[in-house]
Design a protein around this ligand. Structure first.
Ligand code: DQA
Length: 145
């Protein structure tokens, strides 16, 4: 069973995007760290980023039958808007953790609403990019049983 890490819109720009909120680490660096973390635990980690809602939905639906045991997702702004991504998780029924770099509850009001949180096994917010590592740690334990 492998683990899939999905990043949504604008997370491709980590490193230069609003560094006071998201830090200066690039997504490529985060992905490399997560793959190494998986390798050390003997679990394959695949990473996927898209700015397109439909591409993210297609990847979640494909995860139902491709050996993915767990998903870690930072859906970016789609968190607050996408009933379609919510429905994809309900259809695929692959367990997932929702992860946000920033504390969405300490920001604008519209960031407090998530269409995914109640379907998630858990939610990690506000721990910076370390949140991905914590989420993956949990996911590794789950797929290893
Ligand atoms: C984010 C928070 C979202 O509100 C925002 O749209 C993002 C990043 C985070 O990781 O803190 O793109 O998901």
């Amino acid at each position: 069973m492998s683990i899939l890490v999905i990043n949504g819109p604008n997370l491709s720009t980590l490193g230069t995007r609003e560094p006071e909120i998201y830090g200066t680490t690039t997504l490529a660096q985060i992905d490399a760290g997560l793959k190494a973390q998986g390798e050390a635990a003997g679990v394959a980690v695949e990473t996927f980023q898209s700015n397109h809602e439909g591409a993210i939905i297609d990847r979640i639906l494909a995860a139902k039958d491709d050996g993915t045991g767990f998903i870690v997702i930072n859906p970016g702004a789609f968190t607050h808007t996408s009933i379609a991504i919510r429905d994809a998780f309900a259809a695929a029924s692959v367990p997932f953790v929702e992860c946000h770099i920033s504390n969405v509850h300490a920001r604008e009001e519209f960031r407090k609403k998530s269409y995914l949180s109640d379907l998630a096994v858990g939610v990690i917010v506000g721990f910076g990019i370390s949140g991905y590592r914590y989420a993956l740690d949990f996911a590794i334990a789950k797929v290893k049983g």
